[in-house]
Design a protein around this ligand. Structure first.
Ligand code: SAM
Length: 243
């Protein structure tokens, strides 16, 4: 089975992404820790540092899923700020909302079911937008980037944390092997769902590399676009501004 983003028609991809995240929602956090050996926490911590979010600001955690970034932003923006956790998938949103409420984070967070391609927010609204491990699941990435640009305030910052292209051939090979054998196996053992994790491996391989994504952000209108490789380029953090 191969349902990377080029092989299937648009509606088919939308349906499969929905099925994958409905299926993995309950086990998402534990699988994240297992699959990345906990390193995703460091990637997210670095993303928070690059965001420069301050008290009183409005932040959109897009494709926010189970809300790891939202939790951190909620503390940073304080009672006068706002964090919107937006995700297309109601199962992921529900797991995220329950988790954040259990942590006592309620005051400054809103939950919105939304498609990144058509964000239901006013123009120039957010000081900062993050999309962490979400963009590769979006069908029309160009449209989503334009939508993010629209709702960002002038001077606002977009941060895209996503799998990217490993910078060393040996790392690339090892990583390919790991993702196409270990990920589905772990998915099978922990979540009884190897297909969803095979999708994950395929979507990672299909995702645009560092320079392609940089160019896509520039085409959508972002300026001063830069990327920072992490863990040898397995993951990259792209940052850009709305002028
Ligand atoms: N941001 C979280 C994190 O870093 O742990 C969750 C990432 S999870 C791998 C990807 C999320 O993207 C899922 O919750 C999925 O529902 C969401 N997603 C996929 N397509 C989307 C779209 N078109 N618009 C908004 N969210 C989407």
């Amino acid at each position: 089975i191969d349902f990377g983003y080029k092989q299937v028609p648009k509606q088919e991809k939308v349906k499969r992404v929905a099925e994958v995240f409905h299926s993995v929602a309950d086990k998402y956090d534990v699988m994240n820790d297992l699959m990345s050996f906990g390193i995703h926490r460091i990637w997210k911590k670095i993303t928070i540092e690059y965001s420069s979010v301050r008290k009183g600001q409005k932040v959109l955690d897009l494709a926010g899923g189970t809300g790891d970034l939202t939790a951190k932003f909620s503390q940073l923006v304080g009672d006068d700020g706002l964090v919107v956790l937006a995700d297309i998938n109601e199962s992921m949103l529900k797991v995220g909302r329950d988790k954040l409420r259990d942590k006592g984070l309620i005051k400054n967070i809103e939950y919105v079911q939304a498609n990144a391609e058509e964000l239901p927010f006013a123009d120039n609204y957010f000081d900062c937008i993050t999309i962490s491990f979400g963009l590769r699941n979006v069908t029309d990435k160009e449209k989503a980037l334009r939508s993010m640009w629209r709702v960002l305030k002038p001077g606002g910052r977009l941060l895209i944390l996503e799998f990217s292209k490993p910078q060393y051939q040996i790392l690339n090979k090892a990583y390919d092997l790991y993702s196409f054998t270990m990920l589905p196996l772990m998915g099978k053992i922990v979540a009884n769902d190897s297909e969803s994790y095979r999708y994950l491996a395929e979507s990672i391989r299909m995702h645009p590399d560092q320079n392609t994504l940089k160019k896509m952000m520039e085409d959508a209108g972002f300026v001063d676009v830069k990327y920072h490789n992490m863990t040898g380029g397995i993951v990259a953090l792209h940052t850009g501004f709305k002028f």
